[in-house]
Design a protein around this ligand. Structure first.
Ligand code: E4P
Length: 218
């Protein structure tokens, strides 16, 4: 499973990339606004650090305007993935932009039928938002399992399932168990995956015993 980071925080992206944990990056208009930086400038910087797909979302709502914005965003770097919302206009823009040869991430997916439409429109990625479904009192991971089954039923559908709105370590584990292609994770959640109290306790005990032995490797 590929790991994307869901952020425009350059320091975090660089740090996690150096650890080999970043296969791509996702942004959305809220993430860019939070960064306080110029959209094109921050995208250019992210694409200079990460070789994999970097999602940049259009803000137009009509297909023709989405296509024009998408082409501008795609011109920033060859690894830009244009993100469009899962609306009929977004699906039309998806078809046109993939026809141009650009990668497209169809976002704001909340149902299996929406995911089926994204695949029919030739999306490179579909982004189901598990955390926002959980917030409504339903199980977001059930949707991932449904989409996995549907896509597996039709091998001609090549869209990758990009699990988004990830909030917990358990979301990451469940996505991997179901066989999602990609999970996009906020940096703090990704950093938390390495932690375990038994790892900390075990390391402390090993180091204490080593100190008692009086030996040194160096
Ligand atoms: C990623 O592509 C999404 O925009 C993001 O994961 C949304 O996460 P949120 O629901 O926590 O805002």
């Amino acid at each position: 499973m590929k790991f994307f980071v869901d952020t425009a925080d350059i320091d975090m992206i660089r740090d996690l990339s150096e650890k080999g944990m970043v296969d791509g990056v996702t942004t959305n208009p809220s993430i860019i606004a939070k960064s306080g930086r110029d959209f094109i400038e921050v995208l250019t910087e992210i694409c200079s650090i990460v070789a994999g797909p970097v999602s940049a979302e259009v803000t137009a709502t009509r297909a023709d305007a989405m296509i024009s914005e998408g082409r501008k965003l795609a011109a920033v770097a060859s690894n830009i993935t244009v993100k469009v919302p899962l609306t009929w206009d977004g699906l039309k823009a998806c078809r046109a932009l993939t026809g141009d040869g650009h990668m497209v991430n169809v976002t704001l997916c909340f149902s299996a039928n929406q995911a089926l439409l994204a695949a029919k429109a030739g999306a490179t990625f579909v982004s189901p938002f598990v955390g926002r479904i959980d917030d409504m009192g339903y199980d977001g991971m059930e949707l991932i399992a449904e989409i996995r089954q549907i896509y597996d039923n039709y091998p001609a559908l090549e869209t990758e399932i990009l699990v988004a709105s990830v909030r917990t370590a358990d979301h990451v584990k469940q996505a991997a168990l179901i066989g999602a292609d990609v999970v996009t994770v906020p940096p703090k959640t990704l950093q938390g995956l390495a932690g375990h109290p038994l790892t900390d306790a075990g390391l402390a005990a090993f180091l204490a015993d080593w100190e008692k032995s009086g030996q040194s490797i160096g």
